[in-house]
Design a protein around this ligand. Structure first.
Ligand SMILES: Cc1ncc(C[n+]2csc(CCOP(=O)(O)OP(=O)(O)O)c2C)c(N)n1
Ligand code: SF4
Ligand SMILES: [Mg+2]
Length: 293
């Protein structure tokens, strides 16, 4: 068995429930590598999952504490957890449907608040667990189960959205960039505030079958590699290119949300204590006054 899987994952969750050749296991392995290289203790990392294949296949795989919540609400649950246990690291994996469509409002407001979590958006370019319907990250003109004549809508970039909302670390990679992804996830986890990493990966079963006409793992990975490089093997340009790398890094530049709330709580407590002391003083003065007349 893979050493990182043996060290960090629950034996009951191995082997993976994902389809043969799915990129989800590969990305989870890279997340484990980042945690391992940072030397984080298992008990200090809490792993959250969302809806879809990304949520289902990785749910409770982490050997430490886990939570799952669907349609963006992993971030709502994470907000409560972070307030209660601010010193833990939160690593949350969500799909493109979850992050860029069904649960986007949670994502935007977690970024705006600079909530101290790292969100990995594992993007297979569609709603794959439900049969391969298009999502906001399906490339324009590509065929899916719900766009038999091609995706009619323009694409949507979740990195742009979270950056505009206030995320303090934003990056993009693909499943053909092992070392770059590990490096980026390590940086993301070292930001006290909101980090977002967008990783495209192959779903052979649905996206591959509908959009690329093949369930062959290597052909799906090759297609991702070509669109990461912007070049086909014959040297010609691909129909579009994903720009990968760190897109925005102002890590640790503004206070993390739970810290703001804790500081405010301390101020409120001090204010209430001062008001209670002042009120007790007034009562005593009145009592003393009554006693002398
Ligand atoms: C309100 C609502 N709408 C639709 C669904 C069906 N549904 C469940 S998972 C899912 C797709 C999730 O897509 P994504 O987050 O990209 O995950 P993937 O399966 O592709 O990994 C959908 C549409 C649902 N459960 N609830
Ligand atoms: S349907 Fe696609 S994303 Fe889901 S487990 Fe299978 S290959 Fe992976
Ligand atoms: Mg998806």
């Amino acid at each position: 068995m893979n050493k990182l899987a043996a060290k960090y994952l629950r034996p009951s969750q191995i082997p993976t429930k994902a389809c043969h050749g799915c990129g989800l296991g590969m990305i989870e392995n890279w997340l484990l590598q980042a945690i391992d290289e940072l030397g984080f203790k298992q008990e200090n990392v809490i792993f959250g999952t969302g809806i879809g294949c990304v949520g289902r296949q990785t749910f409770a795989t982490w050997g430490g504490d886990n939570f799952g919540a669907t349609h963006g609400r992993a971030l709502a649950v994470a907000t409560g957890l972070k307030l209660a246990q601010p010193d833990k690291k939160y690593l949350i994996v969500v799909g493109d449907g979850d992050a860029a469509s069904i649960g986007t409002s949670h994502l935007i407001h977690a970024a705006r608040r600079n909530l101290g979590v790292t969100v990995i958006c594992e993007d297979n370019m569609g709603y794959e667990s439900t049969g391969g319907q298009f999502s906001p990250t399906t490339p324009a003109n590509y065929v899916t189960n719900s766009s038999p004549y091609g995706m009619a809508e323009p694409g949507f970039d979740p990195c742009d959205v979270v950056k505009a909302a206030g995320a303090t670390f934003v990056a993009e990679t693909t499943a053909t960039q092992w070392h770059q992804t590990v490096k980026i996830v390590k940086k993301a986890l070292q930001n006290d505030g909101f980090s977002f990493v967008h990783v495209r990966f192959p779903c052979n079963e649905n996206f591959g079958a509908y959009a690329l006409g093949t369930r062959d793992t290597l052909k799906n990975l090759e297609w991702i590699y070509e669109h990461t490089q912007g070049r086909k093997p014959d040297g010609s340009e691909t129909d579009f290119t994903w720009e990968t790398g760190i897109k925005h890094d102002v890590s640790n530049s503004r206070p993390e949300f739970s810290k703001i709330m804790r500081d405010m709580n301390a101020r409120v407590q001090a204010d209430m204590a001062a008001k209670a002391a002042a009120a007790a003083g007034d009562d005593k003065t009145r009592d003393d006054g009554h006693g002398t007349h």
